[in-house]
Design a protein around this ligand. Structure first.
Ligand SMILES: [Zn+2]
Ligand SMILES: [Zn+2]
Length: 316
């Protein structure tokens, strides 16, 4: 890139404590597990809700709403949005619009969460709790903002996590009370559901929040860089496993238009395998692949050359 002058940082506001009390309480809630204890079922909920919701964070918020890397029906699109929002990461339009800004201005002062410009903590959590990215940038997400049901979900983004929270509370309470062998009444369900709520919902949600945030912070720090993507994005297997494929972040920054982030078979990308299964079921389709000239190149200039070369080869 041509710019060589030093970056001029944007002024970013600090978090307003009273507006972030809810966010703080979500983080403190898991500590109640010291009083409630936890059953095997609560831990099962915690782990499965982490991975199921991470799938919708990456396959929904990210690969569908931010980058449109596959197609689906209007109904299934709504379900994906609903499931993604159970992660407590706000509206799909809000999430995806901010993410589009990240790609447009990656690791420059206009990047909402650049570790290079604003430091680790700001890139991890500062921009989330700060006042600068609270509004949905509707002009950047016109392709999805035209659906009234998505606008509704974007505005009422606490509805999906509340529905999940209640489901965890009552289902967990029922299962825990049954395995404890007590008589099933509304009271026993509610008293046995408390540990499910704390561990199955809140602990799982906190780990999920930070798993997602690490994509913005750690993935611009640790790992290898295969492609010249004009930013500090990296590829990292461990982070790819934790985030179900998002760890191939340098691949993704180099070429955002594919449903796949692991470009090679050994780059484990569980979200992509999940999307493949959904496509076999006919629920989604037109998963965009990684073009050969992208995979084989290392810079955009090289990619252009290879594209022409491969096109000639294919004709021959
Ligand atoms: Zn992206
Ligand atoms: Zn990034």
């Amino acid at each position: 890139m041509e710019e060589s002058k030093p970056f001029e940082k944007e002024k970013r506001g600090k978090a307003v404590f009273k507006e972030e009390i809810g966010f703080l309480l979500v983080h403190l809630a898991p500590l109640l597990a010291f009083w409630t204890g936890a059953t095997w079922f609560d831990w099962t909920l915690c782990i499965s809700l982490y991975f199921i919701r991470m799938f919708f964070v990456t396959g929904g918020y990210h690969r569908y709403f931010s980058h449109s890397t596959y197609k689906t029906s209007r109904f299934f699109q709504f379900l994906i949005a609903f499931a993604a929002e159970t992660s407590l990461q706000k509206g799909v339009l809000h999430w995806a619009a901010n993410h589009r800004v990240h790609h447009r201005h990656s690791d420059t002062p206009k990047d909402p969460h650049s570790k290079k410009i604003y430091g680790f903590w700001y890139s991890h959590i500062g921009w989330i709790v700060g006042p600068d990215y609270k509004e949905t940038k509707f002009n950047l997400i016109k392709d999805f903002a035209k659906f009234p049901e998505l606008l509704w979900l974007n505005k009422h983004h606490l509805v999906p996590p509340t529905v999940l929270m209640l489901a965890v509370f009552f289902v967990g309470g029922y299962v825990n009370a049954s395995s404890a062998g007590v008589e099933i009444t509304l009271m026993t369900i509610m008293s046995h559901g408390l540990s499910s709520l704390i561990v199955g919902f809140f602990l799982s949600t906190v780990i999920l929040l930070h798993g997602t945030f690490s994509i913005n912070s750690l993935m611009h720090m640790f790992g290898k860089k295969r492609y010249e993507s004009n930013d500090e994005s990296k590829n990292n297997l461990i982070l790819a496993l934790i985030t179900l494929g998002e760890g191939w972040h340098n691949n993704h920054h180099y070429y955002q238009s594919t449903a796949r982030q692991g470009f090679y078979w050994w780059e484990i990308d569980i979200t992509y395998y999940g999307l493949k299964i959904l496509s076999w079921l006919g629920l989604i389709w037109d998963l965009k692949p990684v073009p050969r000239h992208i995979k084989d190149s290392r810079t955009k200039e090289e990619a252009k050359k290879l594209k022409l070369e491969y096109a000639k080869e294919d004709k021959a």
